[in-house]
Design a protein around this ligand. Structure first.
Ligand SMILES: Cc1ncc(C[n+]2csc(CCOP(=O)(O)OP(=O)(O)O)c2C)c(N)n1
Ligand SMILES: [Mg+2]
Length: 797
């Protein structure tokens, strides 16, 4: 969505005394509300002396970060209002939930989302009570929090989320509070470089606010203990212009913070103007605010004789025995009264006009900006008809294509069709071309704002392919981009996507929670294309072989995760079309980039993908007169080829055997219907995979997964799974499957071993299979390539 830049420079006068008093009133109110949420379940305005029973039995929450977050909320309100700024904020220390909830209650957006929590005394009591309370709201800046696209429970992702939100939103300013502890994480450290990918013409701005409150949970932070010059030089080295705000005297900090905000927004407006109007191409030195205030600022200075304010001890609950220790209770009451609630709220508990004076209106409020409920802004992605990109399949297995290359042609068109609207991005850690998606470069380049050399290719200011060698940053960008309503695809080596296991956990939790919040509009899914997979690591070998991401993802909420194994080019097209249109999922698509036999026409691929799992009767030898003797099942492109080759061998050597071939695209179909929305009812599963026949299942990844998914089925005792057994190296493609016992000859031996009555009758066939495996070993050592009968194999017509 393209909106005009509304951040005009130098429209904001320095606040006078009256405005400073109003800012301080808002900040004090927010601090009161944050502390109130942590401590109080009654007597919210201290109309009567505080008694133990007014306090919560379990004190849960994080005070330490809250006054700093509140300060940012207050001052963002001011500049948004003064400049009519379109802005959202990412709250990195998301454990400061009480602060952001306070800000949203004050700006009225909370009550709009939750009408029961009114902006008066009754609503304040409910706001306090519900916080970190059973049946209430979480302690963090969770999906339930208006204005948030970032939970901040797992630290490290704020800055990447902020950049993701700013991409292709030229009118948007994304403020981003970064905890000084959070700044020690790898993902955050890498995210500073996102400014080399932000195009001042087509993208919005990110305003990082590094919050140096000096401490984490139990330690000082590294950045807070650097000499000023060293920290300043570090941030300059990242390409920023630091603006330092420091102090513990509120009036002075308000003045300094207002000035820093104004300077920062002026610089942003200048940089955007220079790039957009004057054609400047030099990378702007974007501002960063360094905010140095005490942890737990304005809270208890000392508790039980030890310092708390300005130390790590302020991190969570500074006074933790208020119900039992009268001294703690008295200190709490004095602390809360220090904000002078009687001046901040009227006799009905409503914030007084001074408190509300700094607030912007309507959709400009931080709790109501639609970018933070991005589904509201989502447009359906234009995906061209697949017919133009589909490969022709006149004869099954007679031709090969590289599936990801075929997909690349489709993505090129999607890129071309979104050139104006700019709501589709491809991200990846340096692998777009390696993954054979380079056709997209005909439609757009790779975003790049750093130096350029004549030998560079496809680097482009404003390009919409994003490549940085940090899976964390790629993931963070795409999360920020999709949560603000736009579309994208993350193409990644299968083995290294594990690096973001933990981030995907958090994203799935977010999606699952938002599904239960009627006011959150569905957002485009986060889509992975995992290629360069375990079976085809020609250059790389063991370090690059790990198909376990799927196991990880399938542990997650079944409502929100989908995993697909398209076995050829046309099924990949159909799968990609499906996932790119979907909303609120994490979709994982595993597909090869190496030449792969074309098995299904586009029409067949559509039907097969709609089923998710189906019998390929053309590949089996059932005659319909009796039940099959054995089922050969497969999921994944390489296992599918091995199963078909095994089926061909069985057809030749054991023509009387009734073999059924079943291919699985949507792996969750194997689950019981009660456990996953795509799960198959038992009756259907039993009909296709049988209750009592041997099933030889060739699976792309770790074999245990198939057992996990099918253990409740009647036929489970008969299911024998072959997959990756963690045996890998740099070797030939067929040697990889052979070493892991996934090869066609082993599968035939499995059939002979498991079909009752076959062992003796087919002993000679079994021996022949074993002999080929032996010959293979000698052959590859002598020739360095696979046996001719393997390399020249094609589906027997
Ligand atoms: C990745 C990660 N590791 C550890 C934690 C546990 N944790 C919660 S808060 C915190 C300290 C955060 O310090 P900082 O970022 O400085 O925030 P603030 O001081 O504003 O509370 C830690 C380590 C976490 N939430 N996420
Ligand atoms: Mg800190």
């Amino acid at each position: 969505m393209r909106t005009e830049q509304s951040n005009s420079p130098r429209t904001c006068a320095a606040p006078g005394e009256r405005e400073l008093a109003e800012l301080d009133a808002h900040w004090r109110a927010a601090n009161y509300l944050a502390a109130g949420q942590i401590y109080l379940m009654a007597n919210p305005l201290l109309r009567e002396p505080l008694r133990p029973e007014h306090t919560k039995p379990r004190l849960l929450g994080h005070w330490g970060t809250s006054p700093g977050l509140n300060l940012v909320y207050t001052h963002l309100n001011r500049v948004i209002k003064a400049r009519d700024l379109d802005a959202i904020c990412i709250w990195g220390p998301g454990h400061g939930g009480p602060a952001v909830l306070a800000g949203s209650w004050l700006d009225g957006s909370y009550t709009e989302h939750y009408p029961d929590i009114t902006r008066d005394e009754a609503g304040m009591a409910a706001l306090f009570r519900q916080f970190s309370f059973p049946g209430g709201v979480p302690s963090h800046v969770a999906p339930e929090t208006p204005g948030s696209i970032h939970e901040g429970g797992e630290l490290g992702y704020s800055l990447a989320h902020a950049y993701g939100a700013a991409l292709d939103n030229p009118g948007l300013v994304v403020a981003c509070v970064i905890g000084d502890g959070e700044a020690e994480t790898g993902p955050l450290a890498a995210s500073w470089h996102a400014n080399k990918f932000l195009d001042p013409v087509h993208d919005g701005a990110v305003l990082p606010i590094l919050h140096l409150n000096g401490y984490k949970i139990a330690n000082p932070t590294v950045l807070a203990r650097l000499p000023h010059e060293e920290l300043d030089a570090l941030l300059r080295g990242y390409g920023h212009e630091p603006l330092h705000v420091a102090g513990d005297e509120p009036a002075q900090v308000h003045r300094a913070m207002a000035a820093a905000m104004d300077t920062a927004l002026d610089r942003i407006a200048d940089a955007q103007h220079a790039a957009r109007t004057d054609g400047a191409t030099e990378r702007p030195r974007w501002p960063v605010i360094v905010l140095r205030t005490p942890k737990g600022w304005t809270g208890p200075h000392e508790v039980d004789g030890v310092p708390v304010e300005g130390t790590w001890r302020a991190h969570q609950v500074p006074l933790d025995q208020v119900r039992d220790n009268p001294e703690h209770l008295a200190q709490l009451e004095a602390w809360l009264r220090s904000y002078r609630p009687d001046e901040l709220f009227d006799d009905r508990g409503r914030p007084v006009p001074d408190v509300l004076a700094c607030l912007p209106a309507g959709r400009r409020r931080l709790g109501a900006n639609p970018h933070a409920n991005g589904g509201l802004l989502t447009r359906q992605l234009p995906i061209p008809p697949l017919e133009k990109y589909a490969v022709t399949v006149d004869e099954r297995g007679a031709t090969t294509h590289e599936p990801t290359r075929v997909l690349g042609d489709l993505l090129e068109q999607v890129m071309a069709d979104t050139a104006e609207r700019r709501d589709f991005r491809l991200v990846g850690p340096d692998e777009t071309a390696s993954n054979r998606l380079q056709a997209v470069y005909r439609a757009t380049g790779k975003a790049w704002e750093a130096g350029l050399l004549p030998t560079d290719e496809h680097l482009e200011r404003g390009g919409r392919v994003m490549e940085i060698l940090s899976e964390h940053v790629c993931q963070g960008w795409l999360e920020g981009y999709t949560l603000t309503g736009r579309h994208g695809l993350f193409s990644c080596y299968e083995a290294f996507v594990h690096i973001i296991d933990s981030m995907v956990n958090q994203h799935v939790k977010w999606l699952r929670t938002t599904r239960r919040l009627p006011w959150r509009a569905p957002v485009p899914s986060l889509n992975y294309l995992l290629t360069s997979h375990v079976w085809r690591q020609d250059h790389n070998g063991f370090s690059h072989q790990d198909p376990g991401f799927v196991d990880h993802v399938l542990n997650k909420s079944p409502e929100a995760v989908r995993v697909y194994f398209p076995p050829d080019a046309n099924t990949l097209l159909v799968t990609a079309d499906h996932v790119l249109r979907s909303k609120d999922y994490v979709n994982v698509v595993i597909a090869g980039k190496q030449p792969c036999f074309d098995w299904l026409t586009l029409e067949e691929a559509r039907v097969h993908c709609a089923r998710g799992l189906g019998i390929w009767d053309w590949a089996g030898t059932e005659d319909g007169a009796r039940e099959p003797d054995v089922v050969l099942a497969c999921a994944g492109d390489v296992p599918t080829m091995e199963v078909l080759a095994a089926a061909g061998l069985l057809r030749r050597h054991l023509p009387d055997l009734a073999v059924r071939v079943v291919n699985v695209v949507d792996i969750a179909r194997l689950l019981p219907a009660e456990e996953h929305p795509h799960g198959m009812p038992d009756r259907e599963f039993d009909a296709v995979l049988t209750r009592d026949k041997p099933v030889i299942f060739a699976y792309h990844g770790y074999p245990w997964l198939i057992h996990r998914l099918t253990y409740r089925r009647a036929g489970h005792p008969g299911i024998h799974v072959r997959g990756y057994k963690e045996i890998g190296t740099t070797t030939t493609p067929f040697d990889m499957v052979l070493r892991n016992d996934l090869d066609r000859y082993r599968l035939v031996m499995d059939v002979i071993d498991r079909v009752p009555g076959l062992a003796v009758r087919a002993a000679h066939v079994r021996q022949r299979m074993a002999d080929v495996r032996t010959r293979h070993d000698a052959w590859i050592r002598a020739h360095g390539t696979d046996l001719p009968e393997v390399t020249d194999w094609s589906w027997p017509h």
